[in-house]
Design a protein around this ligand. Sequence first.
Ligand SMILES: NC(=O)c1ccc[n+]([C@@H]2O[C@H](COP(=O)([O-])OP(=O)(O)OC[C@H]3O[C@@H](n4cnc5c(N)ncnc54)[C@H](O)[C@@H]3O)[C@@H](O)[C@H]2O)c1
Ligand SMILES: O=P(O)(O)OC[C@@H](O)[C@@H](O)[C@H](O)[C@H](O)CO
Length: 396
Amino acid sequence: MADPDWGIAAYTFRNTELPRTLAEQDGLYSLQVRGEGEPRAEIVDAISRAHPGSETDQWLADLASPDVTLLTLTITEAGYRLSGDQDGTAIGRVLAGLRGRHRASGAPIALVPCDNLPGNGGVLREAIRTAAAGEAPDFRSWIEDHVSFVDTVVDRITPATTEQDVTATARLTGFEDRAPVVTEPFSEWLLAGDFPLGRPAWENSGARFVDDLAAYEQRKLWFLNGAHTLLAYAGPALGCATVDEAVRHPVLARLTASWWDVASRHASLPEEDLADYRQRLRQRFSSRGVRHNLLQIAADGSQKIPARILPVLRAERAAQRMPDAPVAALAGWLIHLRDRPVSDPRADELVSLAHSADAPRRVLSALDVTLANDRELVSAVEDYVEHLRLSAGRTV
Ligand SMILES: NC(=O)c1ccc[n+]([C@@H]2O[C@H](COP(=O)([O-])OP(=O)(O)OC[C@H]3O[C@@H](n4cnc5c(N)ncnc54)[C@H](O)[C@@H]3O)[C@@H](O)[C@H]2O)c1
Ligand SMILES: O=P(O)(O)OC[C@@H](O)[C@@H](O)[C@H](O)[C@H](O)CO
């Protein structure tokens, strides 16, 4: 492990099976790295304890303890949304933990979101501030002074584990592991922010600490996640199920390259850097080592498209251009909302809009009213739905 002086107390609030499985395995799990050559596996011993979120007292005790110096969160993009009642949400649970910490020791803490959101540290800060609006003033000012919100970019393609992964890992390690993780060889973890009570030596495992990661975050969200989103919606419309299959489809390969060309026009990093990242992405996406299911990536489009696709599309429309790749992503999303099981915090509203008359405009307006008022764009999305339908040779 990166730093044997540290250990992780892991909590999952929705999946009650995983902490039980991990506890039965003494927190050990195997990491299988699959690239183009032979897969390799290692046993990870970073987790000291695993708890279901129902162990509220333990959660509160951990967060109150000054021995706990940081909290990472991986709760998907949708996890940062606030609804009326915070109880039972991830943000509500973190706030309850901070309240206890303030009362108990008042020790500072670093919060480290690891989800694919632009400015994820700032997003978390705003969510906590909003949730704490009705709290006592001294607690609110303690949050401002003692809680550090760290920005991160986590870049490693790690699809959900399948039963085949479980079997293959057992064959490789000889260890019967019910919670293996399968990933690719590439990995990049960037962090920017303060750790007031210290942190593990993550740099020993390749993490990089930078002052400002906005340009890297933009590159990752647009080039990797934006292309994933494009493929997740246009891919199934053309009969593809996984990322590696999709990038071998001639129409999708061309759209992906076109997306990267368009995104390059507006990205902040130098052209050589973007070209190098694209080159690596081509290899990463086409690897048959990790089979990344497009329907997994298709979840929560309403939370992902605004960060990954719309900034580039807006910049292109401002320049009076109509690039086909972002239009294809939106058209594919419309087909997805009509035809597939939709997992999204706004699913009911979006599915109903997608089946309404004037669907392209109304679905777009759920994301951005200005874009929905762009008649040329609405009509391009409508035409692209038809184009995908004809390309697939099926009725949408
Ligand atoms: N897997 C990857 O390749 C990868 C790489 C980089 C970043 N990420 C980020 O991590 C996130 C999670 O990916 P994962 O592979 O760990 O997925 P996962 O399905 O294994 O874990 C998601 C976790 O989030 C929880 N969750 C889901 N919706 C939630 C909500 N509304 N509120 C609170 N918790 C919620 C689930 O219970 C689960 O514990 C992604 O959405 C992405 O933002 C993933
Ligand atoms: O649910 P998402 O779209 O945020 O994530 C799905 C994949 O795009 C994502 O997990 C990538 O594999 C990851 O971001 C690579 O670093």
